[in-house]
Design a protein around this ligand. Structure first.
Ligand SMILES: Nc1ncnc2c1ncn2[C@@H]1O[C@H](COP(=O)(O)OP(=O)(O)O)[C@@H](O)[C@H]1O
Length: 265
């Protein structure tokens, strides 16, 4: 705790996060969900978190997107950030908290309520800071067999016009050690995006391997942090989106919710 207090004193980060989050969060029934998505690079946190956000009407806040946005802005942090991100390392807690607190404060000014955080917290220190300022209702830990993770990262493509996320990898993992095999079809872009596809600079084999190593070292302990608080929902992805999405909704008790939403639409 002292270390966090020091971090906070040095960066004033706690007060700025607290400004971003409502410090006196209303009881759960009166506010939207405050969830966290954990999982290795390539697991699909962004895909499932953003689908759930559309369903639940809460913002999808991905710290990786905040970092990429800052990088693209060519602001004072850009060159420092590009070096860190392109080596697959983690950005400092200080920088990430300042980006996140600004995003939360901007959202609050626009009347946003609730969130799904994707890619945060990634260290125990970040988890402790978050715990100090707001209540997290649920932490979803997405899991996928390791063999599929690298292929999924290498297959990722983004349309530089519409911002859509796609995946050109066709993945087939053989069953072993009691795990069933799985097939994941590519998520191909529509024809008009084809010529606009780009690959993230940090989705090269060497950098993805380093990100996976850093996940094991720094982020896996965050799973235990939430497990010990009874907040962790483990979810083994059974395949691609068509197989996984309905099962994830079931696991979250939202299968009815989706039907009601589409009936109301
Ligand atoms: N919470 C965080 N703490 C530190 N660095 C972060 C955090 N979130 C994102 N980053 C930085 O942004 C990069 C991209 O993040 P992200 O898009 O979440 O990638 P991934 O596919 O590895 O989950 C990370 O490799 C890291 O450098």
């Amino acid at each position: 705790m002292a270390a966090i207090t020091r971090l906070v004193k040095r960066t004033h980060s706690l007060s700025s996060v607290a400004r971003g989050f409502s410090s006196h969060a209303p009881p759960l029934k009166e506010r939207n969900v405050q969830w966290v998505f954990l999982g290795c690079p390539g697991v699909g946190k962004g895909t499932y978190a953003s689908r759930l956000c559309n369903l639940l009407g809460v913002p999808h806040i991905a710290t990786g997107d905040l970092v990429r946005h800052e990088l693209a802005s060519n602001g004072p942090l850009s060159s420092q950030l590009s070096e860190i991100v392109n080596q697959g390392k983690l950005v400092s807690d200080e920088i990430i908290i300042s980006l996140l607190s600004k995003r939360l404060a901007d959202g609050e000014a626009k009347g946003e309520s609730g969130f799904i955080l994707d890619g945060f917290p990634r260290t125990i220190k970040q988890a402790e800071i978050l715990e100090g300022v707001t209540e997290i209702d649920l932490v979803v830990n997405l899991k996928l067999q390791e063999e599929a993770l690298l292929a999924k990262c290498l297959g990722r493509r983004i349309c530089n016009q519409c911002g859509g996320n796609f995946n050109v990898a066709s993945i087939s993992v053989k069953g072993k050690n009691g795990h069933p095999g799985m097939v994941m079809a590519p998520l191909l872009p529509p024809a008009h995006c084809m010529s606009n596809l780009i690959t993230r600079a940090d989705d090269t084999e060497a950098v993805v391997k380093e990100r996976l190593r850093i996940y094991d070292e720094k982020s896996q302990p965050v799973e235990e942090f939430y497990r010990s608080r009874g907040k962790l929902l483990e979810f083994d992805l059974p395949g691609g989106i068509p197989e996984s999405w309905p099962k994830l909704l079931q696991a979250l008790n939202l299968d009815d919710y989706e039907e009601k939403q589409s009936a109301a639409a």
